[in-house]
Design a protein around this ligand. Sequence first.
Ligand SMILES: C[S@@+](CC[C@H](N)C(=O)[O-])C[C@H]1O[C@@H](n2cnc3c(N)ncnc32)[C@H](O)[C@@H]1O
Length: 399
Amino acid sequence: MHKGASLPLPPADALSASAALSAHIGRAIDDAGGWLGFDRYMALALYAPGLGYYSGGAAKFGRDARDGSDFITAPELSPYFARTLARQFAPLLAQGLSQVLEFGAGTGRLAADLLLALEQEGQLPERYAIVELSGELRARQQATLATRAPHLAPRVAWLDTLPEHFEGIVVGNEVLDAMPVRLFARSHGRWLERGVARRDSDADASDAAFGFSDRPVAADALPEALHAVAGDHDIVTETHAEAEGFMRAVGTMLTRGAVFLIDYGFPAAEYYHPQRVGGTLMCHYRHHAHPDPFLYPGLQDITAHVNFSGIAHAAADAGLTVAGFASQARFLMNAGITELLMALDPNDTRNFLPAANAVQKLLSEAEMGELFKVIALTRDFDATLPLAGFARGDRSHAL
Ligand SMILES: C[S@@+](CC[C@H](N)C(=O)[O-])C[C@H]1O[C@@H](n2cnc3c(N)ncnc32)[C@H](O)[C@@H]1O
């Protein structure tokens, strides 16, 4: 059966872009001798220039499949996400951390709404810099700023590389989960690295060009994080060298200030819990979540949850301090999302109800409130500067 049979069929031009990316990935597999680590496959599927999911023309962000989108993120769901972050950032800006740097800014909604909210708080940053890998998204961010906050757009600058030094506030929403991961499978007590090979489509009646292919891993080559996986039962999981390398680079760059990263994931003890046998790799296509990374390469998102202990350790390697780790619900409530919402008139049902429903999705345990976490990492940071978002329910001890 066709693998995506239950999912909407992409239009012809998207299918031909996907075929071009598949040909490119196929050549990379051949050049590597027939096998690619899953991290290399994921990097190509998401970021191959002009063809990858984030670098190509896919709609990506949106409310439902009718606009051709695949998923929605917190800044797209509600401006109250950015407005609440602004409440956390405003006192830090007031104390001289006068620049903001955002990684992976998506459509630019967070940048526009944060700047508008900080303007209202009287704490506009001198400069708002964005580091974005995707040229297509950079153009979208420019368009969003030009329509939502035209008078603030001149403050925004796009950087091609990380600055050598940065003093200020760094923010990234759902950036870590978009970084390539390696996959490992333990089978009959033996660890294997799960990579990608070409698939003989006649042999297994699937029309996917690629499939998983496992290779033994020498015990001394096994990533350290996997030593923590108790038992010897079969299990599949991920490791996050790329996200941890990113964290070390950001930590080295930050001379003074605070980094706020928001994403779905857990501390290592939960991530590598022996009962989490299937790992966290997940794909998003037209608002369907499914586990097949080989469906329509370049037309669907591929993600893995974040191991926040690994992020905290990488940050510590670079000399940063964990200043807080909390669920998104806790963080947003501590930082005042409910007060912001209450400023709306509940009798004005046309405005109040959609706003309250969206905030409910950000906070609900069954939606984004508990799975998503906020971690803050600081350097040379005045301990008297208030990090209100972690005032209650800080779980840094669990990292
Ligand atoms: C799931 S999207 C999230 C977008 C946006 N932050 C939001 O919340 O809507 C992931 C984003 O991270 C970006 N990204 C991934 N790796 C990155 C890196 N190393 N540096 C900067 N951006 C990166 C992608 O290009 C994409 O814009």
